[in-house]
Design a protein around this ligand. Structure first.
Ligand SMILES: Cc1cc2nc3c(=O)[nH]c(=O)nc-3n(C[C@H](O)[C@H](O)[C@H](O)COP(=O)(O)O)c2cc1C
Length: 183
């Protein structure tokens, strides 16, 4: 297997070497106006307490809202929502929510909305933030989770097919995680 040089700039990766799950981060501002934004730089950090992180952008609405309310929802996007989610960043705030045509409801344990059309959600309490290079990393402790009940009624492998998570590959390209393979 002959290897050739590959760029170190992620934006030049075709194919992407680090695909990330596509989620909608949902927040309120201090006036309780909702906001949702797609993110794909998302990862678990700790089992106990359960902490996840996403790398965001300093000064964007999502990050400002999280600093103000100390809460955020993580809503997992499926393939049926992919096209709308990829293009929604053309709009901002209430207009984005309206163009996406999504329904928001109150989270159970945190001061943030959740996205009804998503099949799974994690509710997070802000643990801390860390600026890393151009990134603004947000750490959230998972305090509640919920999932479409039908997913839990089928065999383990089949659950991925129903959940239909997607990962961001590069601009305009995503992949489905719909086929779990047992070792
Ligand atoms: C599929 C997809 C994934 C994205 N992932 C991230 C991400 O991981 N981190 C980030 O800072 N921005 C990401 N973005 C860009 C933000 O969603 C975009 O800057 C958005 O306008 C931020 O919205 P807000 O200002 O309402 O928070 C992504 C966009 C798309 C379409």
């Amino acid at each position: 297997m002959k290897k050739v040089e590959y760029p170190i700039d992620k934006r030049e990766w075709h194919p992407s070497l680090i695909p990330g799950p596509v989620v909608l981060i949902s927040t309120y501002n201090p006036r309780k106006e909702p906001n949702i934004a797609p993110k794909s730089w998302l990862q678990m950090v700790s089992f106990r307490p359960p902490i996840l992180m996403f790398s965001g952008t300093k000064g964007n609405t999502t990050e400002e809202n999280i600093l103000a309310t100390e809460c955020f929802g993580v809503n997992f996007v499926d393939s049926s929502m992919a096209a709308k989610v990829f293009e929604c960043v053309r709009w901002f705030g209430a207009e984005r929510i309206q163009k996406l045509g999504l329904t928001l409801f109150e989270a159970s344990k945190i001061n943030a909305p959740l996205v009804q059309e998503c099949k799974a959600h994690l509710e997070c309490q802000l643990h801390g933030v860390q600026e890393v290079g151009s990134g603004f990393v947000v750490f959230g402790e998972i305090v509640a989770g919920s999932i479409w009940e039908e997913v839990l009624k089928v065999d383990r492998e089949k659950r991925y097919e129903l959940l239909d998570l997607i990962v961001f590959l590069e601009d305009g390209l995503f992949a489905r995680i719909d086929k779990a393979l047992r070792i």
